[in-house]
Design a protein. Structure first.
Length: 542
């Protein structure tokens, strides 16, 4: 009788269960808009990339507004892949396809985590290989970012694959693995430029490993691999300079330019402290794995985790929770925990090797230990997001996307194609309307991105100071000077144009079916179809 491969069988069951959950999760985050059609949800930043992708695939260039060459994205590779989808499908279907592509992305990320474990596991205990796969899948932030269209999932796949080929090359020095790791690291940079940190750590590890092994003949090969990866870095930088007229993306100036390092470090430490509180069991077990049973490969994985945490602190954290910058290295922590259990189980087995019944008990104990640790970590991964996981609570970004899609539908009805729209949420509304858009928070506006941020007069250590990417704005420029046909609102943060706004803009009510939306549009604008709605008075709370 053929013996069943238990880990593979378990992995197959987990993959099927996850895929079924993900399909239902995606469907639960879709909605029926005011025009009676079903729309799917991506995060607003992903929708910004979708607008770039749509314009690129329809001959307008890799731009947010036709004719304006500003790099308002940080994920070139993801945007290009999105453009393949938007080339063949309409706007609604394209969003759905990108969202469903998140499912294989998560599965492949978990598979690469398993492969890293297999490459670093020193003992013939396969149970924990399946455990590493399962825990990577159960990490909800990975699903969140991947299923909502962000580059985090793609970066996870590419960077983890780069680690796999790095570990393999250090075992067999096969040149094919060296070429593949160079390719993976180059593509990781295109997926997100801050992958440079894990790329740099990985190449330092390669150089250190061949030097320690006194294989000086391999140094030249490692350097050539680095040159291949550097071609991706230099290639995108050259493209950016030629196409956009700058060597850095607009988002760099928006999120880091003119923001004091002390502010960023203060906020980054606070943000990371929340991360530590949410992941203290995982991180403690990973640290124990490295300290109690050290190895070169474990220190390498730990350095990748540390590099991502350092970057998260240095940039000031993120405007969202769910740990976007650290998610791609969480599988490394999972692998370290799995390796810790391997070592513990091996030690138990060695002590009981002379007693057959005790040895059988040791096998059962291994399984129970794996089950217990998996349950504890699964609870740590899922408990902060339990209501979203079981779809008993709507994801806040989905609620916002639902609103923005309806606004886009209303704007298409009440404005002409020549209308301009001013937005704080620069994703769904510009994408679905196709109108010329003004980004009030500057992701695709050089003027705003180059401003000094709005900061408190005094920075108090260990108190939250600001929100990255949302602290630069000038409503006098974006609204009063540019006067878009539609604006989401005329106040934000420390600024308000209420008096001027209520004189020059009106509240315009649009009805479709049972839905009613009130939009703020420019008074007497020729780009508004005034017969499609009703002007209503300003309220005292406006």
């Amino acid at each position: 009788m053929r013996k069943v491969n238990v880990p593979f069988f378990f992995i197959s069951i987990i993959s099927i269960m996850y895929s079924v959950w993900a399909v239902f999760y995606i469907l639960s985050t879709s909605f029926i808009a005011m025009n009676g059609s079903r729309y799917f949800s991506l995060l607003d930043d992903a929708m910004i990339s979708m607008r770039y992708a749509w314009n690129f695939s329809h001959g307008m260039g890799l731009v947010w507004n036709a004719g304006e060459y500003i790099e308002g994205y940080t994920n070139l590779l993801t945007t290009l892949l999105m453009s393949l989808v938007t080339f063949f499908f309409d706007k609604k279907i394209s969003v759905a396809i990108v969202q469903f592509l998140g499912i294989p992305t998560v599965l492949f990320t978990a598979w690469t985590a398993k492969r890293i474990f297999d490459e670093t596991n020193p003992l013939p205990i396969s149970l924990f290989s399946a455990m590493a796969y399962m825990l990577a899948i159960l990490y909800y932030p990975l699903s969140y970012w991947s299923l909502f269209g962000m580059e985090t999932g793609l970066l996870s796949v590419l960077s983890l694959s780069g680690v796999v080929f790095t570990l393999r090359w250090l075992k067999d020095f096969d040149e094919r693995n060296l070429r593949l790791l160079a390719l993976c690291w180059g593509l990781s940079f295109l997926a997100r430029n801050d992958a440079l940190i894990i790329i740099g750590i990985s190449y330092l590890y390669l150089l250190w490993s061949v030097i320690v092994a006194k294989r000086y003949d391999l140094l030249k090969k490692v350097i050539w691999a680095g040159v291949i990866t550097a071609l991706f870095v230099c290639g995108q930088t050259l493209f950016r300079w030629v196409y956009y007229g700058d060597v850095l993306p607009n988002t760099y100036y928006l999120k880091l330019g003119k923001i004091p390092l002390t502010v960023r470090v203060n906020d980054g430490l606070l943000y990371s402290w929340d991360f530590f509180q949410e992941h203290w069991i995982l991180l403690s077990l990973a640290a124990a794995s490295v300290l109690l049973f050290p190895s070169r490969n474990k220190w390498y994985l730990a350095s990748l985790i540390s590099g991502a945490l350092f970057y998260q602190m240095w940039v000031g954290g993120d405007s969202w929770g769910r740990w976007r910058f650290v998610t791609p290295v969480i599988p490394h922590a999972v692998v370290l925990v799995s390796l810790l259990l391997v070592e513990i189980c091996a030690a138990i087995k060695r002590k009981m090797a002379d007693n057959m019944s005790a040895a059988r008990f040791a096998g059962a104990l291994n399984f129970m230990l794996a089950l217990l640790v998996s349950a504890v970590l699964a609870a740590e991964f899922l408990s902060p997001y339990y209501r979203e996981v079981v779809s008993s609570q709507k994801v806040p970004d989905v609620i916002r996307n639902n609103h923005n899609v309806n606004v886009a539908i209303a704007l298409e009805a009440i404005t002409t194609p020549d209308a301009t729209i001013g937005v704080f949420w620069a994703g769904s509304i510009p994408y679905y309307t196709g109108r010329y858009s003004i980004d009030f928070l500057g992701k695709s506006d050089r003027f705003i991105a180059d401003l000094y941020p709005w900061l408190p007069s005094k920075v108090v250590w260990f108190e939250k100071t600001t929100l990255p990417g949302h602290n630069k704005y000038d409503l006098f420029h974006s609204i009063k000077d540019l006067q878009p046909t539609y604006i989401q609102k005329f106040w934000y943060g420390e600024q308000t144009l209420r008096t001027w706004g209520t004189r020059n803009y009106v509240r315009f009510e649009y009805k479709e079916g049972v839905s009613t939306y009130t939009l703020i549009v420019k008074k007497d604008s020729p780009d508004v179809n005034w017969e499609r709605g009703t002007i209503i008075p300003w309220g005292n709370d406006e």
